[in-house]
Design a protein around this ligand. Structure first.
Ligand code: 5CA
Ligand code: ZN
Length: 477
């Protein structure tokens, strides 16, 4: 690929920076000729693969993986009234098989409740079958009408991880909601992406849920991105799809359910939260190449440098690092630029002077330069990468902390919400919510806030002065 000057500065126009990074770092190709559908470049897919491996390893602790069909008969889809109402404008329908009109139109799943739950009804017989905790990673289709964006608002979500659990009691289902939140928290900790969890207001909950708790991160432009949701479904779906079990005394009971999902928005979060003007910054856990070795070749000692670099590559590979030796015939500076754009966490430079001194130069993606002893290079790389992990975590948390403010009036809120999330007091009434949302030109994100960066309290509602509790307000994606 042609090398050129750096990407657009992130601060100036985040949206433009984001779109440029996607192709410059070879994450997504946005030229596919259907709106809202994009193509993973192999490099982007390699990041996705590592990210989803982490997600799967967390899920696999106590969930089983499965796969349900993409097509859902209209008859099943239309059963749960609230759910249909929430999704009917977003569903793609398959109406024909070849030239024949289908007797029953088939929905392309926008999410899979209505595909999975009729089968759960067949599978669950007694309390011994519970809890049931399954997940799948599939593509789903939503005819989104808001502005579509790669990885963020897709019409084909390619990497929809959805979990669906069934429990004997409401208490167990509620405990599962908390367990799912803890799992998502751990997932995002692994990606070094700080999140805030909060309970969505009733009008914003998942269609068919009792309540929804979402995790959001704050993007560089101060808007929030919802990067995961956990829904308490109660018995809404179990009554509709007849998911019952025989309890210990032989009586039929409706089961209680939860579902929770994460999409490739998680990748959008990694890119946006860590990236900088030079391109991607990848946490080592998800970097397809963790260490790139750039030989500094000057004149006569070419072979010596290359053989030393090759030996180094072998050592690091044997130690388990994803390492690449860049032997292309290019200036070192151009190579640095190339790998910085692609987010490689660590670059090692090795030239004649380093060979003489028995050292190598290690430069992390955030610009920290360390001289490593050639003999202890494996330990050195481990420790430099560990330091890098901590550094990007600290930085991301600090940036998020700086973007959270509190406000006591609507005027203060309107001003503060331009640069991030605002914590206000709200009484919980829809009337006040509408007033707040129009006057500050932002959304009520949620209550029941869970974040170690925010202290919650009670106080007078910013709209009516009545008794209120801490509430997040933000401009959202
Ligand atoms: N069945 C439930 C749980 S799996 C469900 O569909 N929940 S959801 O609608 O909230 O979606 C789960 C997550 O997918 C959201 O939190 C959001 O992060 C992501 N998501 C939703 N719509 C899109 C979209 N159009 N493009 C990309 N990601 C999306
Ligand atoms: Zn109020």
């Amino acid at each position: 690929m042609e090398e050129d000057t750096g990407a657009f500065p992130r601060k100036e126009d985040f949206s433009r920076w984001y779109n440029e990074i996607l192709w410059r770092a070879e994450i997504m190709d946005t030229r596919y000729p259907v709106k809202g559908l994009y193509v993973w470049y192999p490099h982007g897919f390699a990041v996705r693969k590592r990210t989803y491996r982490i997600l799967q390893s967390l899920m696999d602790r106590d969930h089983a993986e499965t796969m349900f069909p993409l097509l859902i008969p209209k008859t099943e889809f239309m059963k749960e009234a609230t759910h249909i109402k929430g999704f009917e404008d977003e569903v793609y329908w398959v109406t024909h098989g070849g030239r024949n009109e289908l007797d029953v139109p088939l929905a392309l799943r926008p999410t899979s409740e209505t595909a999975i739950y009729p089968m759960y009804s067949l599978w669950i017989r007694s309390h011994a079958d519970l809890p049931l905790k399954l997940y799948q990673i599939v593509n789903t289709f939503r005819y989104e009408t808001k502005h579509t964006r790669p990885l963020i608002r897709l019409r084909e979500i390619t990497s929809f991880k959805e979990a669906h659990t069934v429990h004997a009691t409401r208490e167990e289902a509620e405990a599962q909601v908390e367990a799912a939140l803890a799992l998502y928290q751990e997932f995002y900790d692994n990606l070094r992406v700080p999140v805030i969890a909060s309970r969505r207001p009733d009008w914003d909950k998942f269609p068919g849920a009792d309540y929804t708790i979402a995790v959001d991160t704050i993007m560089p432009d101060g808007k929030t991105l919802q990067i995961g949701t956990v829904h308490m479904l109660g018995d809404h779906f179990s009554r509709t799809y007849d998911i019952t079990y025989e309890d210990a005394v032989g009586e039929q009971q409706y089961a209680c359910q939860t579902c929770y999902g994460i999409s490739e928005r998680s990748i959008a979060a990694i890119i946006s939260v860590h990236g900088d003007d030079a391109g991607l910054v990848l946490p080592p856990e998800v970097a397809p190449i963790q260490v790139v070795i750039v030989p500094i070749i000057v004149g006569k000692r070419r072979d010596e440098v290359l053989s030393t670099a090759t030996a180094l590559e072998g050592e690091l590979r044997d130690a388990g690092f994803a390492v690449l030796l860049d032997v292309r015939d290019m200036r070192p500076g151009a190579k640095y630029y190339h790998w910085e754009m692609r987010g490689v966490p660590l670059r090692i430079e090795i030239g004649p002077r380093d060979i003489d001194a028995n050292t190598v130069i290690a430069v992390t993606r955030d610009g920290q330069k360390t001289t490593l002893d050639r003999r202890g290079v494996v330990e050195g790389v481990f420790s430099v990468l560990a330091g890098f992990r901590t550094a990007i975590w600290k930085k991301a948390r600090q940036v998020m902390a700086n973007r959270i403010t509190t406000a006591a009036t609507l005027e203060e809120t309107a001003l503060a919400v331009k640069s991030g999330v605002v914590v206000i007091h709200w009484c919980g009434s829809q009337e006040c919510a509408e007033k707040i949302e129009t006057e500050v030109d932002a959304s009520i994100l949620g209550t029941d806030i869970r974040s170690d960066l925010i202290t919650v309290s009670d106080g007078p509602c910013v709209a009516c002065g009545g008794k209120g509790t801490s509430t997040l307000v933000a401009r959202t994606y």
